[in-house]
Design a protein around this ligand. Structure first.
Ligand code: UDP
Length: 426
């Protein structure tokens, strides 16, 4: 796998560390459980990082030198993709993989570059995680993506062997970008069902009702909308509700401008005493937080996938979700939570009020959420689907895994052999 900015080893909740990091880490681990050897290439963003780190038994994370060994915003990384490709290709000289799965458009460029230095080329499967044209649509001039993205991102989509979209909405967007239908498969993100469970320790709360907003502290995640919704509830007479805001990370100067902006808004709206800023919470501690809340609100302007609602559902917590992107697929309105129109604090307040007033229904949403998460979103299931896409891609590229793999025999080769043997036996 190639994940240029999002290391599976990173701390989550910062500006550029969220769902992609979780996705890459969990998918790599789940593929390893199926017997595959996985190497994740990511950019070295700290000089003290070792060249490679073992992440579980069959997963290794390789830190590739590409640009300065320091934290750089992801939107500034394009100039270093050639160097990243050099590092990846050099590693592959010792054993090329059966398939490379790149994550985010810039990784796609590095993966294609490295893959084409081999004959036959290494097949490339790609997951975008976010699309520049959608970002531009919603963020306008605030979008800091490099200009080149508008050309290079669709090029990656058209050039790779297969694109794995994470939700149906993304599949439509990809078609509009000119990615041929037959190249697109859908596999959602998953959730760690052993960690995120309804039973276990839960934090104490300091108000009768507790609502949480969890995620990276960036405007498009819509934390502001949740604060405004709580203010509306308080204005309407609810004095028994608190809002927990999880996520955000101070920059090098010790400030988190977005958290400061949200805190100022809460003060302005007169609800500062009802809002708790928790900053980054490690994944391992999130279930304890989630079990303590009546509802999680996910109110992004847009959302390529959104793992947080799944984590809430897996803990049996109802979700109030804006009807955008991946949330359209994951949260079922009237069954596991309530959908609200995007950018509508009034609708969020109304949905929360419904949940508070009918705790029986809210509990039923929680139970159904857990069931849905278990039935559809285990990483094992998603890894099995992804493995099938890898094998189909190999087949379509005319390679068997045996031919694709170099001296270090990949496990996909073994899977292909097993499947062939099973087919013959049948
Ligand atoms: N997360 C976390 N601690 C935090 C904030 C976020 O562990 O303080 C995790 C969260 O649990 C989820 C991921 O970061 O697994 C965010 O993924 P999501 O897909 O919801 O949003 P993205 O960051 O990809 O936009």
């Amino acid at each position: 796998m190639v994940s240029e900015h999002a290391s599976p080893l990173a701390t989550l909740g910062g500006v550029d560390a969220g769902g992609q990091n979780v996705h890459v880490a969990a998918l790599a681990a789940a593929l390893a459980r199926r017997g595959h050897d996985v190497t994740v290439y990511t950019r070295r963003d700290d000089a003290s990082l070792p060249r490679w780190v073992a992440m579980g038994e069959r997963v290794r994370v390789v830190h590739v030198d590409a640009g300065p060994a320091e934290r750089i915003p992801k939107d500034d990384l394009l100039p270093y993709m050639g160097e990243l490709a050099d590092g990846i290709a050099a590693d592959w000289k010792r054993g090329r993989p059966d398939v490379v799965h790149s994550h985010f458009w810039m990784s796609g460029i590095a993966a294609l570059d490295a893959a084409r230095r081999f004959d036959p080329a290494v097949p490339v499967v790609h997951t975008f995680h976010a699309l520049g044209n959608v970002k531009r649509r919603h963020q306008g001039s605030q979008d800091t993506s490099p200009e080149e993205r508008s050309e290079l991102e669709p090029w990656v989509g058209r050039t790779v062997d297969r694109v794995v979209a994470t939700c149906s909405d993304e599949a439509f967007e990809l078609r509009a970008l000119g990615v041929p239908r037959q190249k697109i498969s859908v596999a959602p993100c998953g959730v760690d069902l052993d960690l995120f469970t309804p039973t276990g320790p839960r934090e104490a709360r300091s108000a009768r009702y507790r609502v949480a907003s969890i995620g990276r502290m960036v405007p498009r995640k819509g934390v502001e909308l949740v604060v405004r919704a709580i203010a509306q509830l308080v204005d309407a007479g609810r004095d028994d509700v608190e809002l927990l805001i999880v996520g955000g990370q101070p920059d090098d100067s010790g400030h988190d401008p977005e958290a400061d902006r949200i805190a100022a808004l809460a003060r302005e709206l007169g609800i500062a005493d009802r809002v708790v800023f928790r900053g980054q919470v490690p994944q391992a501690e999130l279930p304890t937080v989630l079990r303590s809340v009546d509802a999680v609100v996910c109110a992004p302007w847009y959302e390529p996938f959104g793992i947080v609602p799944l984590e809430a559902m897996a803990c049996g917590v109802p979700v109030v979700a804006a009807s955008v992107g991946g949330l359209i697929d994951t949260v079922v309105h009237g069954k596991t939570g309530l959908h609200v129109p995007p950018r509508d604090p009034g609708a969020i307040a109304e949905a929360l009020e419904q949940l508070f007033e009918d705790p029986e229904r809210a509990r039923a949403f929680g139970r159904a959420g857990r069931q849905r998460a278990r039935a559809r979103y285990s990483w094992d299931r998603i890894a099995a689907d992804t493995e099938r896409f890898y094998l189909e891609t190999l087949e379509q590229s005319g390679l068997t895994a045996d031919e694709a793999s170099g001296p270090a025999d990949g496990t996909l080769a073994t899977v292909t052999r097993l499947q062939t043997a099973q087919g013959a036996a049948r």
